[in-house]
Write a protein of this length. Structure first.
Length: 68
């Protein structure tokens, strides 16, 4: 239960870290000529959006105050 509390309390900071990592990955992808890494980063972006959405839904269920 501590992990869940941590995730709920810090979901925005964790998302910001994930978005920063994604931005760095996008920078690397755009600086390299390989199309294969472009596909991998695109799939990771979709997965990150789905994860964040699930985390927000969970936060809304666990604590209505987390949605404010």
């Amino acid at each position: 239960m501590q992990i869940l509390s941590y995730l709920v309390d810090n979901h925005r900071a964790l998302f910001e870290i994930a978005m920063a990592a994604h931005a760095v990955a996008m920078l690397v992808v755009n600086l390299t000529p390989s199309p294969k890494d472009n596909e991998a980063v695109g799939a990771a972006g979709v997965a990150m959006r789905q994860f964040y959405r699930a985390l927000e839904i969970l936060a809304g269920i666990v604590s209505p105050l987390a949605k404010r």
